[in-house]
Design a binder for this molecule. Sequence first.
Ligand code: UT7
Length: 335
Amino acid sequence: MTLPVAIAGLGAYLPANVVTNDDLAEVLDTSDEWIRTRTGIRQRHIAAADEATSDLAAAAGKAALADAGLGIEDVSAIIVATTTPDHPVPGTAPLTAAALGSEAAAFDVNAACTGFIYGLRVGGAMAATGDQAVLVIGAETLTRITDPDERSTRVLFGDGAGAAVLVPDDTASLGPFDLGADGSDPSMLWTAAGGTRTPVTPDVLDAGGNYLSMRGGDVYRNAVARMAGAARHVLEEAGLGVDDVDLFVGHQANIRILDAVGTRLSMPKERTHVTVDQHANTSAASIPLALEDARNAGRLTPGATVLLAGFGAGLTWGACLLTWQPTGGGDGASV
Ligand code: UT7
């Protein structure tokens, strides 16, 4: 199933502060060599003290609207995919909408690192059924929930936001999608406390329960299997082979994960877009940031078939296809 929906514009926001591996090696027992060879990461952007996720989301959303040549009054819904909200209550999307000057429908999607693909599915369906433009934003401030003293997680994550403007368009197609989730073992990758299961107490804070923790090897293995599986499903449903894919934009967590997914799919390396070296893992922001980067690099040519695939906490996973084609809506191209 594909949706008659085009991406009329893309936008990105990366905080100005760039922290290199060498910078981290000054404060943690780690090295540029370890981080690069294990993950492919060279640097990450870190939000300023006065920046929260909705600030990043609004900046990316604004850029995407300008790219589409549309105004905020053209937007009927704002979806923010995030797992690092400004506050437990309310959602981050209403705050983002307010910052953009909108009273349109606004809600969060929390599917962790797969959030942007889930957001495209929900926002695409809204746009396809007659809504005006729908703004789908992936935004994260992961460095706020990462233990500054824990080298095994701190080196992996960065902050940022990417956004796409979806518009109804009978000549366009977004999909098919394959989405899935398995919540039977959430501790594989989670923040243990701060929700209703384990509220924050002084003891919880002492034990670092408010920080992200994971079993890296298990996450790695599941990420490879689930992303490759979801990618295969959407190709099968579309009746396409790997040779038909012009560009693969996967969740940017680790270059070794992207390489392993590519190997499983028999995808030539030169058709995989990589930003993990520059951005590190920005969770729900990673795919829209990579898509915008690929467009800016001239890698999204008219008619190109693009494969997106993501994986994250939950566990959640998903993939979708889109065909890139100019619509004349703004400066940007669209699907
Ligand atoms: O979006 C999804 C979010 N999560 C992920 O994508 C993470 C998926 N997992 C991974 O990317 C990898 O499992 C990691 C990059 C997290 C780890 O790579 P690995 O090759 O699985 O390393 P490891 O966990 O087996 O650790 C190897 C060693 C350990 O030392 P010992 O026990 O062998 O002495 C760690 O203590 O590396 C050590 N280590 C570090 N050393 C230097 C862990 N972190 C660091 C570090 N610097 N930052």
